[in-house]
Design a protein around this ligand. Structure first.
Ligand code: ADP
Length: 517
């Protein structure tokens, strides 16, 4: 099949989150499975000055935005280590303002106070981009079976396809556009692209669409909702999240429209790039290991990690690790609240000799959590390792050196860290939500006996429930090392590669192409 991905971020070019990983890795995995793929991305400043070589093409664009035509040009590049073309949409006023040193990202800028605000012209920037994607297909004469768009920034492409391009005045082009099916993926429903009603004028779409069953959301224009309503198929990044977002607790107001389209909605867990995340080949580790050699290899990585943080180098002291953006979503309130009890679990072990727990946290984010964690470290200097910042090397070393990985998330659409943990033999303790629910099998005695258990889950969003789950994990770790080894190996042998995810996307594409044939 021929598939074009429209995304506002692609790893290797521009990244703020998981969307970029999907938009970069999925087309590559699909191409390896024999499909013809391309990616369309804005030409940001960071792309122009980035590592990937880019080149201009002769194709120029003129896109209606409100009452004027905005010019642009197509540039060309490739996904790293592949033949997948990346078409870059050049429009320097819209897209070449990002500059991290000045606090300007792709969608937001920082005020002097540190407060982050959306760019006031985000609506027209992504109206332009979404229409440019459809125009690029015509200019390149490259006609896909599937147009796959991601998140609010490209959510209008299925609307334009249905409302404008499938009615193209040129009959040949009309037939071409009519053949394209649309798939839309929600990566995080918390970000919807909400704009004033009057901004509908910028889109060039008919006011008849501005009603509560289509583009309107409580008096505003909602891009994400529009994509959900108009796409031929909708996916999100785990089966559980697909269920959750149909409920008020997780749906952020869109639960109704999602339930109505549930026969078109499904979930596919994101994959892992095992070229970058594999303890057998990871050059950032003190020792390499696989599922056969994990006991020895992890011990070496653990000692190196304890040394790195100046913690007592005790091989049987369990290390709990955490790598996360320090934001509410990641369950830091629970962790900090449970910390005293967690760190003292070994002190209350009855008539056995007391033992300790070590906790290592890497993250950056909300200053409130920075302070809470710093305070905790001051109270337990010999049990806590803390790094407030972004450090990819350290993220690998924590995955390898920790025994247990904590993810007590409030919500988690897909989640990557628990999948890295599985591969590194670091047993995840997770809150059973979203992708965490789908990827971690709870360690009941039966599941362990069947070789299926991979971690520990808890349900209630409370520090008590987190504590019970960690306690269960530590009991097994301390008392049944043989079973613990089995648990690590179960996780290490799971396949969460992009090839597996790509296979599932392939089925969605096949279904949508067949459905309309
Ligand atoms: P989310 O996309 O919500 O942040 P995921 O678990 O899906 O959560 O992915 C987070 C990714 O970001 C992982 O690759 C993780 O290792 C990385 N990461 C998060 N915070 C840091 C940090 N402070 N330093 C290094 N890597 C980090």
């Amino acid at each position: 099949m021929r598939i074009v991905h429209a995304a506002s971020e692609v790893v290797g070019f521009a990244k703020t989150g998981g969307l970029a990983d999907v938009a970069g890795s999925l087309p590559r995995a699909l191409a390896r499975r024999g499909h013809d793929c391309a990616v369309v991305l804005p030409l940001y400043r960071s792309v122009r000055h980035g590592k990937q070589p880019i080149a201009p093409t002769e194709h120029v664009l003129s896109i209606p935005v409100g009452n004027r035509y905005v010019p642009g040009r197509l540039w060309r590049s490739q996904l790293p280590d592949s033949n997948v073309p990346v078409w870059l949409i050049e429009q320097s006023e819209y897209f070449e303002r990002d500059d991290p040193a000045q606090g300007r990202s792709f969608y937001q800028f920082s005020m002097a106070s540190g407060q982050k605000l959306d760019y006031p012209d985000n609506c027209e920037r992504f109206v332009f981009f979404s229409r440019a994607v459809l125009e690029a297909l015509r200019l390149l004469d490259w006609w896909p079976d599937v147009l796959h768009s991601h998140d609010w920034q490209t959510a209008l492409t299925p609307v334009y396809l249905q409302e404008v391009y499938r009615h193209h005045p040129n009959i040949i082009l009309r037939q071409r556009y009519e053949q394209i099916r649309s798939v839309f993926t929600i990566h995080n429903i918390a970000y919807q692209g909400l704009f004033r009603a009057a901004d509908l004028m910028l889109t060039g779409l008919d006011w008849r669409l501005f009603n509560h069953r289509q583009l309107e959301f409580y008096g505003q224009l909602n891009f994400l909702k529009s994509g959900i309503v108009f796409a031929d198929r909708i996916t999100t990044v785990s089966p559980r999240y697909a269920e959750e977002i149909q409920t008020p607790y997780f749906g952020n107001g869109l639960q109704g429209v999602l339930s109505e389209r549930r026969d078109r909605l499904s979930g596919i867990v994101n994959g892992v790039d095992y070229d970058a995340w594999n303890p057998a080949t990871d050059s950032l580790l003190a020792a390499n290991y696989d599922d056969e050699t994990v006991a020895v290899g992890k011990a070496a990585c653990k000692a190196a990690l304890q040394k790195r943080y100046g913690l007592p180098e005790e091989p049987r002291t369990p290390i709990l690790g955490m790598v996360a953006r320090l934001v509410e979503q990641k369950g830091l309130d629970l962790t900090v609240k449970a910390a005293d009890a967690l760190l003292n679990l070994g002190a209350a072990s009855g008539n056995q000799a007391p033992w300790h727990v070590q906790l290592i946290v890497l993250g950056e984010g909300d200053p409130v959590y920075h302070r809470m964690l710093q305070e905790l470290r001051e109270r337990y200097p010999d049990r806590i390792g803390l790094t407030l910042g972004f450090d990819e090397t350290l993220a690998h070393q924590i995955e390898a050196g920790a025994d247990i990985f904590l993810m007590p998330s409030l919500f988690e659409p897909s989640g990557l860290n628990q999948l890295y943990s599985l591969k590194y033999g670091t047993v995840p303790v997770v809150r059973a939500c979203g992708g965490l629910y789908d990827t971690i099998a709870d360690c009941t005695p039966e599941a362990l006996a069947r070789g299926e258990a991979t971690g520990f889950r808890f349900v209630a969003y409370t520090s008590a429930a987190l504590l019970v789950a960690v306690q269960r994990a530590l009991e097994l770790y301390r008392q049944r090392p043989d079973q613990w080894l089995q648990l690590m190996r179960n996780g290490m042998r799971k396949d969460w590669s992009w090839n597996r995810s790509a296979g599932e996307y392939e089925q969605v594409y096949q279904a949508v192409v067949r459905a309309e044939a």
